[in-house]
Design a binder for this molecule. Structure first.
Ligand SMILES: Cc1cc2nc3c(=O)[nH]c(=O)nc-3n(C[C@H](O)[C@H](O)[C@H](O)COP(=O)(O)OP(=O)(O)OC[C@H]3O[C@@H](n4cnc5c(N)ncnc54)[C@H](O)[C@@H]3O)c2cc1C
Length: 415
């Protein structure tokens, strides 16, 4: 039996383990933590093919600069004389074009639609309950400017074959009865689903362990050996792990891990925050993105999760309560009944989205090492794309014909 060693036990590493195991591999997953928290736990839980516009898109640079002067803004790049950040920023700016958006849309749509189908298949095959619901996701807006932008997006989504519907404020209220909404209108992306990520991760970990995948907790990868264009071993927690194939799925830590093998992987952490309200004033059934405020709201098993912000800066443990306040203040502007106190910092979760400079993930085999795969850089769509990523990585390692064209996700595209 061939053996795969996966670095990183986030949702990307774990679904790669799932599909490799399913196709007959012996699998070890190495993680520096204890697999009870990483970016894959406190996220908004959206499985959202509607996110077919990559983060690097027209207007992002100007918007980002304007937001840099607002300490409650949803997007922030901390200026620093860090060569990696400067190089990442220049590449990001170069990719903020309509051409890039148009070139990426079809591939992103294919991967995300495939992923959504695979989540449903996984739920059926594994019997794990992770609150998968197909109620769609609202994008709520308050201004004409955003309404106009959303109208264009609905037309594009429809052209891509995604189910999206432009709704008036009245039509929106009728779909979420009993909740007051101060909005101009909405789009309902019926193509989207949502889950409770914490339940998914817990269930997936149990399922993998029961099926014989070895999850090695608190084993930080500190060295990678290679010879003649092949990875020959990995040192983690002072032990040596060897296999036939290796997968780098270390989320925002991936550039540091890649460096151990002499590889340069352009990627920056995009920190985001979330918190839960367990006894909400009103029961919500359909998730909602507050368009102008860039806040995500998700009902999860009777509770509600509120999340948002993207701070591009180096990995750190600080909780920027200003940005959390930005989320708390934005919510009642759309849902007047949801006036909430600022949560205690200890109840605020944060995670680091792995953000590539063109906003597209890296999925595939490295050109430099024949037996190394890379699966990271999913930014805001890592949960959405996890099942497809795992399946595509298993196909790559097995030498099978890929289910879809993965050209835009090439791992060497910035070399
Ligand atoms: C507020 C917020 C909301 C979001 N909402 C959504 C959403 O609704 N839908 C969506 O699709 N995505 C969403 N995302 C993005 C999504 O959460 C991420 O893209 C995804 O979790 C990334 O998964 P990952 O496996 O790549 O990384 P991670 O989950 O961060 O896992 C990486 C793992 O690698 C391990 N590791 C790192 N270095 C080493 C080392 N040296 N040795 C061993 N192990 C190591 C880490 O311990 C970690 O466990 C959101 C993110 C945030 C912050």
């Amino acid at each position: 039996m061939s053996k795969a060693i996966i670095i990183g036990g986030g949702v990307i590493g774990l679904f790669s383990a799932y599909y490799l195991k399913k196709s007959g591999w012996d699998v070890d997953v190495l993680d520096k933590g204890d697999l009870t928290d990483n970016c894959s736990y406190g996220n908004a839980g959206y499985i959202s093919p509607s996110h077919f516009v990559p983060l690097a898109s027209p207007g992002m640079v100007g918007q980002g600069i304007r937001w840099m002067f607002n300490n409650k803004s949803p997007f922030y790049v901390k200026p620093a004389l860090n060569p990696d950040l400067i190089s990442w920023g220049l590449k990001f700016a170069r990719n903020c074009t309509q051409k890039h958006v148009d070139r990426s849309a079809g591939g992103l749509r294919d991967a995300m639609v495939l992923s959504n189908q695979l989540y449903h298949q996984f739920e059926k095959d594994s019997g794990i309950d992770f609150c998968l619901e197909d109620k769609g996701i609202f994008v709520l807006f308050k201004t004409e400017k955003v309404a106009e932008h959303e109208r264009h997006l609905v037309a594009k989504a429809t052209k891509l074959g995604l189910d999206a519907q432009f709704l008036t404020a009245e039509e929106t209220r009728a779909m979420q009865p009993g909740i007051e909404m101060d909005i101009l209108g909405s789009v309902l992306y019926r193509c989207d689903s949502h889950i409770y990520p914490n339940m998914l991760m817990k269930g997936l970990i149990k399922h993998l362990e029961q099926s014989g995948v070895k999850l090695r907790r608190n084993e930080e990868v500190t060295a990678i050996s290679h010879e003649n264009n092949k990875i020959t071993g990995i040192t983690a927690g002072g032990k040596e792990y060897t296999g036939d194939a290796y997968l780098l799925a270390g989320g925002s830590w991936s550039p540091a891990i890649a460096k151990l093998a002499g590889l340069k992987l352009p990627l920056m952490p995009g920190k985001g925050y979330s918190f839960m309200i367990h006894k909400p004033v009103k029961k919500m059934t359909i998730p909602a993105i507050l368009a102008e405020a860039r806040v995500a709201i998700t009902p999860m098993n009777g509770s509600i999760r509120f999340g948002g912000t993207m701070e591009v800066r180096k990995i750190n443990k600080e909780v920027s309560m200003n940005r959390v306040e930005g989320i708390v203040e934005a919510v009642p502007k759309y849902f007047p009944e949801f006036k909430m106190p600022l949560p205690d910092p200890k109840d605020v979760w944060f995670g680091f989205r792995p953000v590539s400079p063109d906003g597209l993930p890296y999925i595939g085999l490295s050109n430099k090492y024949k037996n190394l795969g890379i699966a990271t850089g999913h930014a805001m769509i890592g949960l959405t794309m996890a099942t497809a990523t795992g399946k595509l990585m298993a196909e790559s390692f097995n030498g099978d014909k890929p289910t879809m064209d993965t050209g835009i996700f090439s791992v060497d595209r910035f070399d």
